[in-house]
Design a protein around this ligand. Structure first.
Ligand code: SAH
Length: 203
């Protein structure tokens, strides 16, 4: 499948309607984030191995989470789980600044090089665990966790701005429920969406 058909069939026809999100998918070449032997599958809607037992997420999942995050031009976003860097690259076209944390050093380094190659200058790659969030640059307009959590790490909600959104797949077993927490003053609104599978959040 080519990128154009992919965007129509796998994203638009499945409810991804935010025009800015669709525009970002047009701009970012997914094949760049995939190893040589899987490149022909770049526009199939499937997760693919990226080494170290990790995967680049299914593009529909990336689009779904991005839409839930509701990124705005002036936003600063924190991503936990850089992986291939694809999700961050999509966000780079939608917001002002992206911080992305990855626990596996080689993946973090590879993503940093990829952004350089593609001329993406507003994503900063950090090596480490995202469980405590990234307090040094907090608060964030949005936090997106791209690994499956057993529960919501407590630190993350504290790093949201007022009106900020946290999008995270949560669940005790392998099937995770996509969850969005929105901070309104001192309260946190929780909304639950569809079921997804993810590689586990470590820690
Ligand atoms: N967003 C990625 C998909 C990542 S898969 C993409 O677009 O390709 C999830 C990633 O989260 C894996 O690379 C894994 O190593 C990383 N990860 C798991 N637990 C983590 C933690 N506690 N802190 C930071 N990264 C973590």
């Amino acid at each position: 499948m080519d990128k154009h058909t992919f965007i129509t069939e796998q994203l638009v026809n499945r409810g991804i309607t935010n025009p800015r999100v669709l525009e970002a998918f047009k701009k970012i070449p997914r094949e760049e984030f995939i190893s040589e032997r899987f490149k022909e599958n770049a526009y199939n809607d499937s997760a693919l191995p990226i080494g170290h037992g990790q995967t680049i997420s299914q593009p529909y999942t990336v689009a779904y989470m991005t839409q839930l995050l509701g990124p705005k031009e002036e936003d600063t976003i924190l991503e936990i789980g850089t992986g291939s860097g694809y999700q961050s690259a999509i966000l780079s076209k939608l917001v002002k600044k992206v911080y992305t944390i990855e626990i596996i050093e080689e993946l973090s380094n590879r993503a940093r090089e990829k952004f350089k190659k593609l001329g993406i200058t507003n994503v900063e790659c950090i090596k480490g665990s995202g469980e405590p969030g990234l307090p040094q640059y907090a608060p964030y307009d949005g936090i997106i966790v791209t690994a499956g959590a057993k529960q919501i790490p407590k630190a993350l909600r504290k790093e949201l701005k007022d009106g900020g959104r946290l999008v995270i797949p949560v669940g005790a077993n392998d099937i995770k429920i996509m969850t969005r927490i929105t901070k309104h003053g001192d309260t946190y609104q929780e909304e639950k969406f569809g079921k997804f599978t993810f590689v586990p959040l470590v820690g």
